[in-house]
Design a protein around this ligand. Structure first.
Ligand code: LLP
Length: 427
């Protein structure tokens, strides 16, 4: 579900025409639908309600404070992966008691900060990290809490850059070593390891990898409990996929819940989930304007004002993002049920950005209605890992972000200025 729909032959975000947002705030611009964010969060909460999960929004997917505030107001916690993300979650009013901190390379400074503000738990990724957290907590006179991130050795069947659940990735501790880990660190003075964490990859389109991973890890917890360890929670991570194409690629969260609830219900420990993409992926789009058209060899290029610095997913992961004109000609207006990939009349083009790299593209060999200079294009499903992964490469200013709530469009991050680009430099 999302609230980006074509009405009166043009694209709207909730009740605001996308064209109006582009005119008011310029392009490229990220546009988010507040109601979609809330709806997706509630879908997860409802689907997993029988196990009353702690939901921690994976802030790395899209960290704008305004969006985090909307989720915090719903009672959502946060999954952070750096000191900066922790700072951001707290700035958004996030409750430290609902913040969990993952990542293979937490620095001493970051660990100290997390202990100072009193986060719920560290997701611990190695033996050396456990010893370091225990040492730092001891120096600070604090008691740290952690979960062991276990690598369940399950293939999430996703892009190699975003696959984390297989043994050969850097994440977690091999499941075979988990029992020895718990035994070794049972009596640490300042760190209590009371949970188990998994995150197998992102995006995960199939349900079976989750089922396999949860089966392995619940069996592990059964063994740990028999060995006398007190396990208080299981965090099953995030990664639930969304539809990038407008055909059913991804399973609704209800399907995941249907398969996982029987494995999780009635357990003597709490359940946590860390979704990012499922909440924000389809709740955000990128609007971009056509600058030029050109022909190269036998290819046609549409050059737009958004580049790989604004949305790196196509270049980095060969990701597909549905792209369509904001105001298509009448024959090419998609209906809600029938957003077509093939224009009734159109051409095959590469949609490329202004950056000096051949990998700077948003779409390759894409059938699109014929567009011309100044036309607006919408890049759909750009909410997750869109702005969050944007950069200043080629000294481009990062885009503005706008949040729509009903008939109101609000600027939630201004476009950077050229002064911003040099502000941190010392001459
Ligand atoms: N938990 C942990 C420990 C993670 O590493 C991640 C994502 C998540 C939760 C949230 O996953 P989600 O529900 O958002 O799929 N940049 C890539 C995705 C990288 C994901 C990194 N970790 C992309 O654009 O597809």
């Amino acid at each position: 579900m999302d609230l980006f729909t074509y009405k009166n032959d043009e694209l709207y975000c909730e009740d605001v025409p996308a064209r109006q947002i582009a005119e008011q705030f310029g392009t490229p611009v990220y546009v988010y639908s507040k109601q979609t964010v809330i709806e997706h969060y509630r879908q997860i909460a409802t689907a997993f309600a029988p196990v009353n999960p702690t939901i921690c929004y994976s802030i790395k997917s899209c960290g704008n404070i305004h969006i985090c505030k909307v989720l915090a107001a719903e009672g959502c916690g946060f999954d952070v992966t750096s000191g900066g993300e922790l700072y951001r979650a707290l700035q958004a009013g996030g409750d430290a008691k609902k913040i969990i901190y993952a990542g293979v390379g937490k620095t001493d400074e970051e660990i100290r900060y997390a202990l100072e503000v009193g986060i719920a738990a560290f997701n611990i990724e190695s033996e050396e990290e456990a010893e370091n957290i225990d040492r730092i907590a001891g120096m600070m006179g604090k008691k740290a809490v952690g979960a062991l991130r276990v690598n369940p050795d399950v293939d999430p069947k996703t892009h190699k850059h975003t696959s984390t659940g297989k043994k050969e990735t850097k994440f977690g501790v091999d499941i075979e070593r988990a029992e020895a880990f718990f035994a070794k660190y049972k009596s640490l003075q300042n760190l209590r390891i009371g949970g188990v964490h998994i995150h197998i990859g992102s995006p995960v389109y199939e349900i079976d990898p989750y089922v396999q991973a949860v089966k392995k890890v619940t069996a592990l917890i059964d063994r740990l409990m028999l060995e006398g360890h007190h396990i208080e929670w299981l965090d099953i991570g995030g990664g639930f996929a969304v539809n990038y194409m407008h055909k059913e690629q991804a399973k609704p969260i209800t399907e995941h819940a249907k398969a996982l609830l029987p494995l999780l219900a009635g357990k003597p420990y709490r359940i946590a989930i860390e979704p990012g993409r499922y909440i924000i992926g389809n709740a955000g789009v990128l609007l971009t304007r056509v600058l030029y058209r050109k022909i190269g060899g036998n290819k046609r290029f549409v050059i737009v004002d958004a580049g790989m610095n604004d949305l790196i997913r196509p270049a980095l992961y060969d990701s597909y993002h549905y792209i369509w004109p904001v105001r298509p000609d009448a024959a090419n207006v998609p209906t809600e049920r029938n957003r077509e990939h093939l224009p009734r009349s159109g051409e095959i083009v590469d949609v490329v950005g202004p950056i000096c790299e051949s990998s700077d593209y948003l779409a390759k060999d894409r059938p699109l209605p014929v567009v011309k200079r100044d036309d607006l294009l919408c890049v759909f499903t750009a909410g997750a890992y869109g702005f969050a992964m944007s950069s200043n490469y080629n000294n481009r200013r990062r885009a503005a972000e706008v949040m729509v709530d009903g008939g109101k469009a609000q600027l939630i991050r201004r476009r950077e200025t050229w002064e911003d680009l040099v502000a941190a430099e010392r001459v």
